[in-house]
Write a protein that binds this ligand. Structure first.
Ligand code: SAM
Length: 266
């Protein structure tokens, strides 16, 4: 039996899966649903409330919020957990055709793909950030730069248009943003190249500049990968999120009051 399918490996993978925040949140909702139904007869008896679905979903929300607090989930999960059962009941009461939910699910799946695992959703950087990055690129030679998690491809398309002699590559995990960036590159006749895939499974060794706009959760692993693979003298850039283990060699504010752009000379 291979290592990947051995019993300890399956247990480790299941444990990892169950500990993903979105999966934990869903499990907590199931547990809260169960607890709400255990508590309901007593509450109905004490307060004379009968078969009230909104009350039941509020109760489930309160339990889910409390369990999320107890399990030390990130603070933003608490309001989400509280509102979720009520929102579900209210949405069902609108009697929207099931096809709408399927279409919304397929769209969100295409756009966010495995965000529940990576904890890096799509949100774009802006033109001020792209200008700051352009200024930091080596200007005396052709370069190879990659945006790891390139979203809709705007940064890479912009830089490819400004520096036609150099190679600009984007890698994106989610299929829909990747497809949009491919189409944009084709329509603009850009030299930018977009790969669909996981940057964690690709080497960062062949790049002069690596740019990341990810999330705090992704930074420690990115640093380990960059320190192992990037060549001396190359540049790792991260917008908004620093790396706790490594103090940056440069910090720039692309716009007044906005997040910083961090750089590490490898
Ligand atoms: C915050 S957005 C940044 C988009 C773009 N770089 C920008 O500056 O506008 C992060 C993107 O990284 C993608 N992503 C997350 N984890 C990834 C991974 N392991 N490999 C490739 N892309 C990833 C997400 O799907 C998302 O589109």
């Amino acid at each position: 039996m291979s290592n990947g399918s051995s019993f300890p490996a399956i247990v480790a993978r299941s444990r990892y899966f169950v500990n993903l925040p979105a999966i934990r949140a869903l499990l907590i909702q199931f547990i809260s649903f169960f607890f709400a139904f255990i508590l309901l007869p007593t509450i109905w008896l004490l307060f004379g409330i009968r078969n009230d679905i909104i009350f039941t979903s509020l109760l489930q929300g309160v339990i889910a919020m409390s369990l999320s607090y107890w399990r030390q989930m990130a603070p933003w999960w608490r309001p989400i957990q509280f509102v979720f059962p009520c929102a579900l009941v209210l949405t069902l009461s609108l009697q929207i055709p099931a096809g709408f939910f399927l279409a919304a699910f397929v769209f969100l799946l295409g756009f966010f793909w495995t965000t529940f695992r990576t904890q890096v959703p799509f949100y774009p950087s802006n033109s001020k950030v792209w200008d700051s990055i352009e200024k930091l690129l080596p200007h005396d030679k052709q370069i190879r730069m990659i945006d790891i998690g390139s979203g809709l491809g705007s940064l890479i398309l912009t830089l490819a248009a400004r520096r036609p002699e150099s190679a600009f590559i984007g890698i994106e995990l989610a299929p829909l943003p990747w497809l949009i960036s491919r189409l944009r590159a084709a329509f603009q006749k850009s030299t930018a190249h977009f790969i669909r895939g996981d940057y964690e499974h690709r080497s960062l060794a062949g790049y002069d500049v690596v740019f990341a706009y990810l999330s705090p959760a992704a930074m420690p692993a990115l640093w380990r990968q960059a320190a192992l693979e990037m060549k001396p003298g190359t540049l790792l850039l991260s917008y908004e999120f620093s790396i706790p283990e490594a103090s940056p060699s440069l910090i720039i504010s692309p716009e007044f009051g906005g997040p910083d752009l961090y750089g590490w000379r490898m």
